[in-house]
Ligand binder design. Structure first.
Ligand SMILES: *Cc1c(COP(=O)(O)O)cnc(C)c1O
Length: 519
């Protein structure tokens, strides 16, 4: 025990374990061994869970778990990591949702690759911050290399650039910020009388499909345009934006004197995995001199797909692109990037602070990534992708993504042949939106209730996780397949479980006097 700060308890009394001095918890030259042992112990607890878990979750409810957590006295530290890890088993590890499990078919969460986890351990311990060169050195250069690698995969050209972000939501927000400020700049340049930016904002519109991600609408609100600035372009039955409807909206905006600051295409909609017709949309944007953003948060895995890269044809014509490596590159949260065709547009995110990145360092050509980011302190998330590419290679990642897309196609065949279910679209990527059909399907409200119940009952059982969504006002279920370990047999098993819960619900409704608690 350190003589610098003796603790209250006398360790010789034997009543309490000797407690480390606070300084001994700092990672430094004298604690490196304890760092290694402590982190290894944490890793080893997770490894045991993963090795033995038979279900994706226990299905515990919030009212049952909450008291365990509120019952912990945060003023009474346990003193060592073994005790804290023991406690964590009960408040987190035992009941967490495990995305690696083959029957986790819920949201866009992927199983993660081990090389990325090695990167994660390294980056959080060295703790580089990627805002300025003087806080990261090699981290800055590695991130820049991966941005270049990604823009080359997309085909954005030699003036391209970008930045890692916390997720697709932030990437979309930044892209919309750049598009907004470019639109304002052009309006100001082309107008005969000087115009203030605040006067232009109410005229701006964003066109995006009705199936696009809600972060586009949220970005419009955050950027001072309001939710109403987003115009939803209709999709066809395949859930892809209709290019002729987009053309009509662009003409209508022009007639009304509105400025379309961006058209947002989605390459992999969150619900259906549908990819908007990128070449047609790009051509319309070119004709109307409008910023073309492609939200490939989900579909970006196709950039490394050995068999399906062509599905992204047209993405190379974008002004900006969102990619989420933490969705289809099998990376841990967070790992995302926004890429731009013209690196000059990133200046709309630049602010020179005297203490951090004064303008004079630009002249010295010191690479400060904060000039391109809407964050300041920023994790070295790029290291996870770096380790992944250095260990597995891009093809290795792309093969995994191809496999889950194959599985979704097989799942679609299974569903279309099964009279118990109805499936919405044939998938381009790896989601399946479907619903259970009651044998007498005359009451839409009952059909909704059955599907909502089946999803909840399945979750509570811990046997599997599926997502839900609404299509044309009705409740549907959704499989998101991102795990190559999920077999067609797993899909069939989950469908049987859903049908079982649905039938039970229907039979209990048919006999309203039965005590459900007894069933
Ligand atoms: C998931 C998703 C987003 C949001 O990304 P986050 O990483 O969750 O912030 C944006 N767009 C699409 C199409 C998505 O699927």
């Amino acid at each position: 025990m350190s003589f610098l700060a003796p603790t209250a308890e006398d360790p010789s009394s034997g009543a309490l374990p000797a407690r480390l001095d606070s300084r001994e918890h700092l990672l430094n030259n004298s604690t490196a061994d304890r760092y290694r042992d402590s982190v290894s112990e944490g890793v080893s607890r997770v490894a045991s869970r993963i090795a033995t878990c038979e279900r994706p979750l226990t299905g515990i409810s919030a009212p049952r778990l909450a008291p365990e957590i509120s019952g912990i006295d945060l003023e009474q530290p346990l003193g060592d990591h073994l005790a804290a890890l023991d406690e964590l088993e009960n408040v987190y590890l035992r009941d967490a949702v495990y995305f690696h499990h083959p029957r986790y078919l819920g949201h866009l969460n992927c199983p993660v690759v081990i090389p990325a986890l090695v990167g994660e351990a390294v980056l959080s311990s060295v703790n580089s911050s990627l805002d300025t060169w003087d806080q990261s050195i090699g981290g800055t250069l590695i991130e820049r290399r991966l941005i270049d690698w990604t823009t080359q995969r997309i085909g954005l050209g030699s003036a391209a650039d970008g930045i890692f972000t916390s997720g697709g939501t932030q990437s979309n927000l930044q892209a919309m910020l750049l598009a907004r400020d470019e639109a304002c700049r052009l309006v100001q340049k082309n107008s005969e009388t000087p115009r203030r930016k605040a006067e232009i904002l109410p005229q701006l519109r964003i066109l995006t499909s009705e199936c696009s991600h809600f972060s586009i609408a949220k970005s419009a609100a955050l950027l001072g345009l309001g939710y109403d600035a987003v115009i939803a372009v209709p999709c066809g039955e395949d859930k892809r934006m209709q290019a002729d409807a987009l053309a009509r909206e662009l003409d209508a905006c022009a007639r009304e004197g509105l400025v379309v600051m961006a058209v947002v295409a989605t390459a992999g909609t969150t619900d259906f995995g549908s990819i908007d017709p990128l070449p047609e949309i790009a051509e319309l944007c070119r004709r109307h001199e409008t910023w073309f953003h492609v939200d490939a948060a989900y579909g970006c895995g196709l950039l490394v797909s050995p068999r399906r890269r062509h599905l992204l044809n047209g993405i190379e014509l974008a002004d900006s692109v969102t990619v989420d490596y933490h969705k289809s590159f099998f990376q841990p949260v967070s790992s995302s990037a926004v890429l731009v065709r013209d690196r000059n547009t990133l200046r709309h995110a630049t602010y020179h602070a005297d203490y951090l990145n004064p303008a004079r360092v630009d002249e010295e050509r010191i690479p400060n990534q904060v000039d391109k980011s809407i964050q300041t302190t920023r994790r070295f998330d790029a290291l996870k992708l770096w380790m992944t590419l250095r260990v597995m290679g891009a093809d290795g990642v792309g093969e995994l993504f191809d496999e889950v897309v194959d599985r979704a196609a097989d799942g679609w065949s299974l569903l279309t042949a099964d009279p118990r279910f109805e499936v919405v679209v044939r998938p381009q990527l790896s989601t399946l939106v479907f619903r259970y059909l009651p044998p007498d399907n005359s009451d839409p409200a009952l059909c909704d209730a059955v599907n909502l119940h089946a999803r909840e009952a399945l979750f509570a059982s811990g046997e599997a996780v599926v997502a839900g969504t609404v299509v044309d006002g009705r409740h549907y279920l959704k499989f998101t397949l991102l795990n190559p370990q999920t077999t067609l047999r797993d899909i069939a098993t989950v469908l049987d479980l859903i049908a079982g819960h649905a039938r039970q619900y229907l039979s209990e409704r048919a006999e309203p006097h039965t005590d459900r608690r007894a069933g």
